[in-house]
Design a protein around this ligand. Sequence first.
Ligand SMILES: C[S@@+](CC[C@H](N)C(=O)[O-])C[C@H]1O[C@@H](n2cnc3c(N)ncnc32)[C@H](O)[C@@H]1O
Length: 268
Amino acid sequence: MKSPRSRSGSSKDTGPKRIPGKALKSASNPGENDATLDSATSRTARNKTVSLKTARGRTTAQQRWLNRQLNDPYVAAARKQGWRSRAAFKLIEIDDRFKLIEEGTRIIDLGAAPGGWTQVAVKRGAKHVVGLDLLPVDPVAGAEIIEGDFTDPDMPDRLKDMLGGPADLVMSDMAPNTTGHAATDHMRIMGLAEGALDFAFQVLAEGGSFIAKVFQGGSEKDMLALMKTAFSSVKHVKPPASRKESSELYVIATGFRPQRLLEGSENA
Ligand SMILES: C[S@@+](CC[C@H](N)C(=O)[O-])C[C@H]1O[C@@H](n2cnc3c(N)ncnc32)[C@H](O)[C@@H]1O
């Protein structure tokens, strides 16, 4: 079995040049090498606060955003440790609980930009990690990054080829641009989650797992029913790093059983 790639953070892979639509292997990993430190930081981050001293001519909206950033210990912890996003801590917390990423796991990261979840997956020893986003993502050592839309019909096969086989874990932290209109935003994010689930059905190995960002609200009932058929366990979690005021949740489905999907469609 191949050893997990590039937990050391060094890279002799491709340089920083990025070609749209082209897969890259890449450089730059967060500093610490011990995953237990990530978890410890995550716990500590929950208790720290800092404050904005002056308004300095900023608009109210700018001030609110800055205050939130300054009072968000996860932002500071992410910056200090070299995670590309505070969202990295959400995956750390999810994985500490569900143990989905192991040495050798093959992972597809949908909506990877700026790369925090991809970094966590590599650091926790995943064998092959492919990250996909509509936006450019700077290289992440030990992962391949592709710029594109997960809804492209050839994307499931393309990513499976890049992984060298079916995925053990499909994770989606995808989010649309928000409109500020709660119902519209909810519908859009659930559309992405449903699309990600369909994508997962096409690329997951038997026994595989699926993580997706969803929103609290009524319309995911059909998706939930389908997941309960296709997976042996389905749970919703709100990781501590997820902002309390956000209605974001993550659905965690484990034990993919494709046969049940086939039986379901035959009986329909
Ligand atoms: C919240 S960010 C992901 C953060 C990431 N997990 C991290 O830790 O850095 C959501 C991403 O989903 C991406 N996204 C939205 N729709 C997408 C689509 N159709 N295909 C690929 N990526 C998409 C957005 O471009 C955005 O970068």
